[in-house]
Design a protein around this ligand. Structure first.
Ligand code: G3I
Length: 359
């Protein structure tokens, strides 16, 4: 049980999060429900526990603060949460050396209240960087100092409380080269190893991941990512795993393709995790499309269940009320396992069935 003082702090954190985080930027539905139907037992996490897999979802601090039903559904269904935006560079270090952890603190406190683990996302990326950094024209020495100080502060704050970190996100390009981003341009390829070293120093217990999209099927990007992590391992860089984002469409990637790529990484002695799965559809979604979506979710989850390296299966949000898809892919949406009113869709039932079948 938490002490009343801690409860007050938690409540204050939630209020602060509401004040500092704007409401949904890229939502499909702006009227969130307050009485969800999705809390019936057993939730996905209860079904997944015997497999040694954590079921996860991305979470938004602003929605958590505004809608109790959102948090209730997460607590009933999931075992690990990833702040969708609240731990990224710009929100956490809006001015150089001045950190804002209100929103991230609220998510971590929520997770701890409900016994959920947390994935930290993300320390080094080319997006959601603050203007003071992108426009700062810092040289290599100063950029390296910025990177190290940021990681030390953010990872250090949650030392022992965040189980997995996406240390480096989306470092590889479609053609298999390292992505041309600020970090590579100023620091060269060594920025990746440097970031992992800084994260390990700040929290020796956290599992450290390289997180990437479009590596769930064979191709130059998947090959380059596997080669990169093999090289990092050989150089003694403290990397523990590879996150497969798995932003999907019905049937693509196939479960077989994903299992093959998870296996390649597992053979290197690394962990794997499915970190941001969603399966976008044309909207409004037809019953047939929802059935194809359910089958895709089932296949992706089964791929994780049968690969011993895969211990986490997380979707990028859980409800169609709050998803990045509609803004990025006009005319598409309905990508998540619960509908806009937090009712389970065929996708949620298909994942529950997959978890039951493999007991
Ligand atoms: O926080 C500001 C707010 O202050 C401002 O008023 C508002 C105005 O638009 O913008 C808010 O920032 C938005 C942010 O989400 C927080 O809501 C950004 O505009 C918006 O671009 C941002 O989108 C996020 C996107 O990453 C940024 O690249 C999505 O929600 C998030 O789902 C998405 O997540 C990424 C993963 O991190 C990495 N993998 C791909 C995935 C999908 O793109």
């Amino acid at each position: 049980m938490r002490s009343p003082a801690v409860a007050v702090l938690v409540a204050a954190g939630l209020v602060a999060a509401m004040a500092t985080v704007g409401c949904g930027d890229d939502t499909a539905a702006r009227t969130a429900p307050s009485t969800p139907a999705a809390t019936e037992a057993p939730g996905l996490q209860a079904l997944a526990a015997p497999h040694g897999v954590r079921m996860g979802t991305a979470v938004r601090a602003n929605v958590l603060a505004a809608d109790p039903g959102y948090g209730r559904t997460i607590a009933a269904q999931y075992g690990i949460v990833t702040p969708e935006n609240d731990l990224k560079f710009a929100p956490t270090e809006p001015q150089r050396g001045r950190f804002d952890f209100a929103a991230a603190d609220a998510v971590v406190a929520f997770a701890e209240r409900h016994g959920l683990a947390v994935r930290g996302h993300t320390l080094v990326w080319h997006r959601q960087l603050p203007a003071w950094l992108t426009e700062g024209r810092f040289d290599a020495r100063e950029t390296r100092a910025v990177l190290r100080a940021h990681i030390a502060a953010v990872v250090g704050r949650y030392r022992g409380r965040i189980a997995q970190w996406d240390v480096v996100n989306e470092a590889v390009d479609e053609d298999g080269r390292l992505r041309d981003n600020l970090w590579l341009r100023v620091l060269g390829p060594g920025y990746i190893g440097d970031a992992f070293q800084a994260a390990r120093a700040a929290d020796p217990e956290a599992r450290l991941f390289l997180n990437e999209f479009a590596i769930e099927a064979p191709g130059p990007k998947a090959d380059a990512t596997v080669a990169l992590v093999a090289r990092l391992r050989a150089e003694g860089v403290p990397i523990d795993g590879v996150g497969f984002q798995a932003h999907a469409t019905p049937g693509a990637p196939s479960g077989e393709a994903l299992a093959g790529q998870l296996r390649r990484v597992g053979r290197l002695g690394l962990e794997t995790a499915v970190t941001e799965a969603d399966v976008r559809l044309d909207v409004p979604a037809t019953p047939a499309a929802l059935a194809r979506q359910a089958n895709t979710y089932r296949q992706l989850l089964e791929a994780c269940l049968r690969e011993p390296s895969c211990h986490t299966f997380a979707t990028w949000g859980f409800t169609d009320a709050w998803s990045w898809i509609a803004k990025t892919f006009p005319g598409q949406g309905a990508a998540l396992p619960f509908d806009e009113r937090y009712r389970p869709k065929p996708a949620q039932r298909a994942m529950a069935a997959a978890l039951r079948a493999r007991r």
